[in-house]
Design a protein around this ligand. Structure first.
Ligand code: TTP
Ligand code: MG
Length: 696
């Protein structure tokens, strides 16, 4: 067993590493069959991330190109004006006014070589005043001045132009903005669909992978030895199969779905910010470490406290349940005051922890929000100053603010994802722990192919204990000829059930050998063992399926065969009286049947499979005399012509057997026929007097 085997199912903690390359690699193995879906999801994800990164940029374009189409006047020597025009600016970026002056579009400073832009802005040749520009043949008003073919209106005087006039002379800007708005909308629609596709494909891939994990886990658990089950209570196994797989699923839907996208968005945003204005970028990113730290701290605290709240709530609930259901006892023994005190304490604990939770949320959430707002404020202050001094366009500032705000959410989400990853890693470790547990009963690779047995059984010097330190069976030696029968008798806890558990390989011997037809049971294939033996256990197990299915199990017995088997053990009588006869579906564990009826069904099951070797652990329970007789006859029918090992409590069964072994404290103390053993006046004789002496 690997190092993360048993020890890790010992506790159900969810602390641990948030990332474990080995575990992730194993998990990916389950995703592999569904990789097409994952790739599709990645494709969708790239689209949505791209759109999200693009939207603020479109806003910037709209503002700079159409809303704030501002120009500044540049005056210098004709030679430098010429050289500027020779830079081949984009259409409308530079406008020739006179030999010594140009109009330069403010937004174009952004797109030109930063060194040139710097030179222009700091050379003292660029006037700070900004103008809107209108063709002189379309508009000439009171405010502004005429220069060449253009009417220049200072930015601050734009409001003086009547609105209707403004709309007509700015028709080009209006149509430009409309076009951008439509593009914006189109992208949004695309991103909605791509986002839907992204989540759906990944969730489907996740559910399918988890389906596979659950199936494998279930199948594997079924092959495990009883040793495993004695160490892992049923409740815990149920948790493994459902909760732990669910934790993995949560990782899929919450983490994998968004993690890559978040990382991509954060990286993309930071890159864009740095390209737009690296100084402003660094300044606005300065709050990130504090923000990240606060988010992590908050998530961690929130998670711990959430767990505590859950624990206290469970305590509260179970306390109410217990006291209400036990109210009679409480009243009869006058325990009301006592229980009230106890309840008050639990209630008070729950109240206190809930208040603490409120406090954590009430303090941390606002703090985190404030940090994010401070980040935005820094951008606004510093960026605002840059915009005023002309180093940053208004559009760039607006885009900057959008990008910075857009970045906070994925960062705060990521700390939550880390928590989910942590529990998922712990869960997968436990799941793999089970998957790595070897089935104890292994079939050796050179096992004899399945065969039909004659039915000779022999135990040779068998020693065995459920745990190595306490031996349960010591030096067990006996043999049974094909078709003969043996009865195991002895006080409770003697080891009778243990002997037959070894024969069915629910467990394997520690030392010694069990031979079937002269061959070690461990060299036979498991199929030989299962096909040639039938076992009826002390606690008859009935599945919640129809009676016929309970007899048939997974074999392909016909209805006639099932009926004839149940006829032979005389079970048909009561089965036919059930509401739907053989098709009556049983309650869980056969709760609606009596003990005797359950036994009879199990006998029919054993008989229908026609085994060479019959193993029977007789129930000790008392049944009415009629059923007793039915059972007795059924056992006789079952034994006929088969090698039988019977843990017997009924004198009549014992007397029918060819040999009786008296077991006590894990040893065979006496053996022989009924008469021989009585004559010895030993353990058997005493048992006889105690149990059957009263004539039963
Ligand atoms: P059994 O073999 O179950 O005793 P028994 O079948 O003779 O008793 P009964 O007549 O009541 O059915 O148990 C022998 C010892 O092994 C006993 O001390 C309990 C112990 N034991 C385990 O430790 N683990 C197990 O799973 C079982 C079945 C028994
Ligand atoms: Mg027993």
């Amino acid at each position: 067993m690997p190092p993360h085997g048993n020890s890790s199912f010992a506790d159900d903690s969810i602390e641990g590493k948030g990332y474990d390359a080995k575990l992730i690699k194993r998990l990916l193995h389950y995703v592999k069959p569904h990789r097409k879906l994952v790739f599709l999801a990645m494709f969708f994800m790239l689209i949505t991330s791209g759109v999200e990164l693009l939207l603020p940029y479109i806003t910037k374009q709209g503002i700079d190109k159409y809303l704030a189409r501002l120009y500044q006047v540049y005056t210098d020597t004709p030679a430098s004006c010429d050289s500027l025009m020779a830079m081949e600016p984009a259409e409308g970026d530079f406008i020739f006014l006179a030999s010594d002056s140009l109009l330069i579009r403010k937004a174009s400073l952004d797109t030109m070589d930063p060194a040139d832009a710097h030179l222009l802005a700091t050379g003292g040749h660029l006037a700070a005043e900004t103008f809107y520009l209108f063709p002189a043949d379309q508009y000439q008003g009171e405010t502004g001045r005429l220069q060449n073919d253009y009417w220049l209106v200072p930015e601050r005087d734009l409001g003086k132009i009547p609105v209707e006039k403004l709309m007509t002379i700015r028709a080009k800007d209006v149509s430009g903005i409309t076009r951008l708005a439509l593009i914006f909308l189109g992208l949004l629609v695309i991103s909605i669909f791509a986002g839907y596709g992204h989540v759906m494909t990944l969730v489907v891939a996740g559910q399918r992978s988890m389906f596979d994990v659950r199936t494998e886990l279930f199948n594997h658990i079924q092959t495990l030895s009883l040793n495993f089950f004695s160490k892992n209570p049923v409740g815990r196994l149920v948790t493994r199969v459902s909760n732990d797989v669910e934790a993995l699923n949560e990782m899929f839907s919450a983490v994998l779905v968004n993690l890559v996208k978040d990382v991509l968005l954060i990286a993309g945003t930071i890159t864009i910010l740095l390209i737009m204005d690296w100084k402003l970028a660094l300044i606005s990113l300065s709050v990130l470490p504090v923000f990240t730290l606060a988010s992590i701290l908050f998530r961690r605290k929130a998670r711990t406290i959430y767990r505590k709240v859950r624990k206290h709530l469970a305590e509260l609930n179970s306390s109410i349940a217990e006291d209400v259901s036990g109210v009679k006892v409480v009243q009869i023994f006058g325990q009301e005051k006592n229980r009230r005190g106890r309840y008050f304490e639990i209630n008070d604990n729950y109240y206190k922890i809930s208040m603490k939770q409120l406090y954590v949320f009430g303090v941390f959430r606002p703090i985190i929000n404030i940090i994010a707002q401070v980040g935005t404020a820094i951008v606004l202050i510093y960026g605002g100053l840059s915009t005023l001094s002309g180093a940053l366009t208004l559009g760039a500032l607006v885009a900057f603010i959008s990008y910075v705000r857009q970045m906070f959410k994925p960062i705060s989400d990521m700390s939550e994802k880390y928590n989910i990853m942590q529990s998922a890693m712990a869960s997968s470790e436990r799941i793999f722990g089970i998957l790595d547990t070897e089935p104890k009963i292994v079939q050796s690779s050179d096992a004899i192919p399945p065969q039909k047995l004659r039915g000779e059984v022999a135990f040779q010097d068998v020693n065995f204990g459920y745990d190595p330190d306490t031996p349960v069976l010591r030096e067990i030696n006996f043999g049974i000829e094909p078709g003969k029968s043996i009865a195991l008798v002895g006080p409770t806890g003697a080891g009778k059930t243990s002997i037959i558990s070894l024969l069915t390989r629910f467990w394997d011997v520690d030392t010694g050998k069990i031979l079937l037809d002269g061959t070690d049971i461990r060299d036979h294939s498991v199929a030989t063992l299962r096909n040639n033996t039938s076992i009826v256990l002390q606690d008859a197990f009935i599945f919640s399926r129809s009676v016929a299915d309970n007899i048939r199990l997974s074999s392909d017995l016909t209805m006639e065969e099932i009926r004839s088997a149940s006829d032979m053990v005389q079970a048909t009588g009561f089965i036919d009286k059930l509401p739907n006869g053989f098709n009556t579906v049983m309650a869980e564990r056969g709760a609606t049947l009596s003990t005797g009826q359950k036994q009879l069904i199990c006998f029919a099951r054993a008989l229908a499979h026609d085994p060479r070797i019959l193993i029977l652990d007789e129930a000790t329970s008392n049944v009415d005399p009629t059923t007793e007789q039915l059972i007795q006859r059924a056992i006789e029918t079952l034994m006929k012509g088969r090698t039988s090992i019977i843990v017997a409590h009924r004198l009549s069964t014992i007397q029918k057997c060819d040999e009786i072994l008296v077991i006590d404290a894990g040893k065979i103390m006496e053996r022989g026929s009924h008469q021989e053993l009585l004559a010895r006046r030993g353990i058997y004789y005493n048992l006889y007097l105690l149990q059957w002496g009263n004539g039963k």
